[in-house]
Design a protein around this ligand. Structure first.
Ligand SMILES: Cc1cc2nc3c(=O)[nH]c(=O)nc-3n(C[C@H](O)[C@H](O)[C@H](O)COP(=O)(O)OP(=O)(O)OC[C@H]3O[C@@H](n4cnc5c(N)ncnc54)[C@H](O)[C@@H]3O)c2cc1C
Ligand code: FES
Length: 318
């Protein structure tokens, strides 16, 4: 079954907060529920798509619980919506639940920590183009760097459910164990491939963890970990695909590894987004024009955020 990664029917909807729970040191899981037309629209959410969330009416936490490094920026007005992916979307009898995993990095995400069950949020989506599944793939390498894990988790579930012919393996990397946005004791995960992360294990997908400092799993970059895995795997490269989301330097490396080995690769790009719908032009991604040395600027929010890696001119010019 091929899949073009898009969904129809976006709009602005109210969502009810059902849960907002701290995970690890500074990650939160926010569970939202959509009703009526919102439930219908988000039922069609594709892994890698995103939503623009309005945090402007949400209160700051008490001053003594604001981390020192965010004290200066905490008071800034949050006028613009913020883009977020979902880790999971489920629907049942006209109701849709979406799970958002966020890291506290600035004024909006700080405000989000005060959301409680019963609060209401305005959400625009589903937006952009998600990951797609080309014909003939049998092995998928899912690569998540730091906060790149939400769309990769969502994709893992879809592959396990809808593509039994594909065997996925997940690679999750971060600077150190505390920066891995997963549940469970990250400092106790094994160096070996295995069902170490329950976010993937629950779908029958094996996972490998890598940290730059070796505080969990493989010591080194997640892309080096993937190269080691590829070296020991003889599956035909044409039947493989790499799906990656994370910092741009990691995406550039994943793209280079894929190119050198003739493996298809899709990358989910990140840009600061103002409108999220193709109007403000603030989210440009430089892209190659096939068969020419020219490049053009595409919009991360509208043409992406997922791109074929061959298309993207990465900012560090790998
Ligand atoms: C398509 C897409 C999906 C995303 N999904 C998630 C998700 O599932 N979970 C999650 O925690 N975050 C996600 N993000 C990032 C999230 O939008 C930002 O962390 C959020 O906007 C921060 O808002 P803030 O007001 O708290 O902090 P800000 O003050 O707005 O930002 C804090 C710091 O993060 C940097 N930053 C913020 N947004 C971006 C960006 N888009 N690209 C590069 N640097 C940025 C800023 O430069 C600044 O240094 C996603 C971004 C995009 C574009
Ligand atoms: S965020 Fe406005 S055009 Fe992409």
């Amino acid at each position: 079954m091929a899949d073009n990664g898009t969904s129809s029917g976006k709009g602005q909807f109210d969502a009810a907060v059902r849960e907002n729970r701290l995970i690890g040191e500074r990650f939160y899981k926010l569970k939202l529920e959509f009703f009526g037309e919102g439930a219908e629209a988000f039922e069609g959410f594709r892994p890698g798509q995103f939503a623009q969330v309005d945090i402007s009416g949400t209160a700051l936490p008490p001053a003594d619980s604001i981390p020192d490094e965010l004290r200066d920026s905490a008071g800034r007005d949050v006028l613009l919506r913020r883009p977020f992916s979902f880790t999971d979307v489920t629907s049942d009898r006209g109701r849709t639940w979406a799970e958002l995993l966020y890291c506290v990095v600035g004024p909006s995400t700080l405000r989000m920590t005060t959301l409680q069950a019963g609060d209401s949020l305005s959400v625009i989506g589903p937006l952009g183009n998600g990951f797609w599944v080309p014909e003939g793939k049998k092995t998928a390498l899912l690569v998540a760097g730091g906060m790149g894990s939400p769309p990769v988790q969502c994709l893992a579930k879809m592959l396990a459910k809808d593509y039994p012919e594909i065997t996925p393996t997940a690679f999750a990397g971060a600077k150190r164990a505390g920066d891995l946005p997963f549940e469970g004791r990250m400092d106790e995960v094994s160096r070996e491939i295995g069902f170490v992360l329950k976010e993937f294990g629950r779908h029958g997908i094996e996972s490998i963890v890598a940290t730059d400092d070796g505080s969990a799993g493989f010591k080194g970059l997640v892309t080096d970990c993937m190269v080691q895995w590829l070296t020991g795997n003889s599956a035909p490269r044409k039947e493989m695909i790499i799906y990656a989301c994370g910092p741009e330097a990691m995406l550039a490396k994943a793209a280079a590894i894929a190119r050198e080995r003739g493996i298809d690769c899709q990358v989910s790009m990140e840009r600061r987004m103002a409108c999220g719908t193709g109007i403000c032009q603030s989210c440009a991604v430089e892209c190659r024009v096939e068969g020419s040395s020219e490049t053009v600027y595409k919009l991360c929010c509208k043409d992406g955020p997922v791109f074929d890696a061959r298309e993207v001119v990465f900012s560090d010019r790998e």
